[in-house]
Design a protein around this ligand. Structure first.
Ligand code: ZN
Length: 312
């Protein structure tokens, strides 16, 4: 097992360093109407928290009177220098001012406003900062299509997407011995326009296989019944456990090193016994994996980058 662990470590480092060369860090920007007109740049704390370590469980929480409520989402357009930008509006009871945020993960613009805030004021606020919005959208890290010649991480290792129309059908992996190089190949035999879709389908299929195996291994140790597993393409959580015992995961976990996927499977499996984050819950997780801190740290550093692959 030593060799396996070592290989995972190398894959993880490899993945992180290559990504850091290719990608700028995920960021979001916001500023407030009461503050100076100079925008300030923050690491988006909400995004970091959700993706890194909270996992935003879909658990039944009793409604709190003070909890923020989104009473509706609409959008408006603002234009600047020949470009038109869509601004998503979020009315929140807890908002005390207008806030603009350009989100890297979803590559969109959100204007948060008080529930009773004036739509005209919101539009005026967005218009005043249209140039800033355009500048920040242009600075966002680009999405990475799953097309031939591009790279996609699989189990923590970057693979080169290779169009192989003359070879056997389907999607398959080729490693150094057969590809003649050190970079593993993800080969696709499909008509060119369908390659991105085939790659995505392949990754989802692999994700389901790995996640199912990991969950079954953990539920067997806990002595709980296997449960329904659903894969989704979520942006705010990597996994969740419903009160009926269904587990849901982001298929993008297949891009991360295996210890990250395995930790998420352990985390959600432990929720089948404890629908909370109590001391007992974390003790159960610790019975299943020793990688909690390492996996959370990895997701905090690299998780948002996974959202950029294969987005149209
Ligand atoms: Zn949890």
């Amino acid at each position: 097992m030593g060799a396996t662990a070592s290989a995972q470590e190398m894959s993880c480092d490899d993945f992180a360093s290559k990504l850091s060369q290719a990608l700028s860090p995920d960021f979001a920007v916001e500023f407030h109407s009461r503050l100076s007109q100079e925008p300030q740049i923050f690491i988006d704390p909400a995004l970091a928290t959700h993706l890194a370590s909270r996992y935003s469980e879909a658990m039944p929480h009793p409604p709190r009177k003070s909890a923020p409520r989104v009473s509706g989402i609409t959008s408006l357009d603002v234009s600047h220098a020949g470009e038109t930008y869509q601004i998503n509006l979020r009315r929140m009871a807890s908002a005390r001012r207008f806030t603009l945020r350009v989100r890297a993960a979803t590559q969109d613009v959100v204007l948060t406003m008080p529930t009773r805030g004036s739509l005209n004021e919101a539009k005026s606020f967005a218009n005043r900062h249209a140039a800033w919005i355009g500048a920040k959208l242009r600075q966002l890290p680009e999405k990475i299509p799953l097309k031939p010649g591009g790279f996609v991480p699989l189990r923590g290792t970057l693979h080169l997407i290779t169009h192989c129309p003359a070879k056997r059908r389907g999607v398959w992996l080729e490693y150094a011995a057969s590809s003649g190089g050190s970079t593993p190949l993800l080969c696709v035999n499909a008509e060119a326009p369908f390659v991105p879709r085939r790659v995505r389908d392949f990754l989802i299929k692999e994700a389901l296989r790995d996640i199912k195996a990991a969950v079954e291994s953990h539920t067997a140790k806990l002595g709980v019944a296997p449960c329904k597993i659903t894969l989704r393409d979520t942006i705010s959580r990597w996994g969740s456990c419903s009160s009926s015992g269904s587990l849901s995961f982001s298929w993008r976990l297949i891009m991360a090193p295996h210890f990250v996927l395995d930790y998420l499977a352990a985390h959600e499996a432990a929720h089948l016994l404890h629908m909370n984050h109590s001391t007992k819950f974390w003790a159960t997780v610790a019975r299943l994996t020793v990688d909690t801190a390492r996996a959370e740290s990895w997701l905090k550093s690299n998780g948002s980058s996974l959202l950029r692959f294969g987005q149209d």
